[in-house]
Ligand binder design. Sequence first.
Ligand code: PLP
Length: 390
Amino acid sequence: MAVRSYLDWNATAAMREEAKAAFAAAVSLAGNPSSVHAEGRAARALIETAREQVAALVGALPGNVFFTSSGTEANMLALTPAIETADEKRLRARLMLSAIEHASVRAGGRFPRDAIEELPVGSDGRLDLAALAAAVPKTPRPLVSLMLANNETGVIQPVDEAAAIVHSAGGLLHVDAVQAVGRIACDLATLGADLLTLSAHKIGGAKGVGALIRAREDIHFPEPLIRGGGQERGLRGGTENVAGIAAFGAAAAAAGERRESEAGHMAMLRDELETGLLAVTPSAVIFGRGAGIERLPNTTLFSLSGMKAETAVIAFDLEGVAVSSGAACSSGKVQPSHVLAAMGVVGPLLRGAVRVSLGWDTAETDVEKFLAAWRKLATALSKDQRGIAA
Ligand code: PLP
């Protein structure tokens, strides 16, 4: 098979070699981590090492890391009216979230629909802090959920400023850091997050593992999503995914160690890709690119009037380049992006958005291959348009 260029790392990253090794070692262990015998203790040790590694990645205490089956489940677990803290045991009446959250946050967890309030973002793709500051005081003890970086545009959100606003109104802040961690600095205390969601497969672990991390031990969830054998200190019943968790830990350690060099490498290639893209089609729009807007180092979301995202993704695929049309969704259907719609993008640009996301393994040749495919596609598009105009 011809060599392909995988440029869809925001959908899922390649598994890191360290994570594969940890996964393989763990699947050969027989023990159940809840068993008291030596085999059980060996499995338990893998989980506790991984807990330390994941905690270290975000500056948390290991005891505050709870493993789940995914980022989606961690979000679902976090977004509940029943979150207790040392000085607040009453239910939280409202959930506030930005209009650009991932579907797993937009679903609102265990809040009823009419208790969920969506907050606007600006045309730069960032949460409107003034709208947050106006909304928060109207609600006693709100729970606010804000992503650290958007999965489609890569735009980094003003989380620390949002945290100050939320805390001044007695609220709690949940941060979905799934796309940000391993790519930019992500420290619980600096962010001011009370709760943080991570997903293993975005940092080079296995698919189907995530974590909810609390900033303090006094944050409690009296109503777990899955009850049963009391695993994860009662918060998530079910025998743990030992191999997936061990791989998550190994991936977290590697991501933490190499973050700065990997981010530098990705940013260099991303800049090259964007310069090349605009050289071929100067009228292409790269969303969230502009002075003063911070983006992930690996993500480019672009559109060109007259281009249909689904056609473009297929054309790239035929040229051996895997990209996506905004967020990957289980139905495989392309729907206009709620993120771009929230940013005020309309019409053909909204329907044509294609996301290119790079990873630590991406090479110069991948960018060249992307640009060669783009030249071909742009030429075909302009011929089509001339045909329509004639
Ligand atoms: N949050 C964000 C921002 C994401 O991009 C994703 C996955 O794409 C998730 C949550 C869900 O993570 P998982 O795939 O582990 O359920």
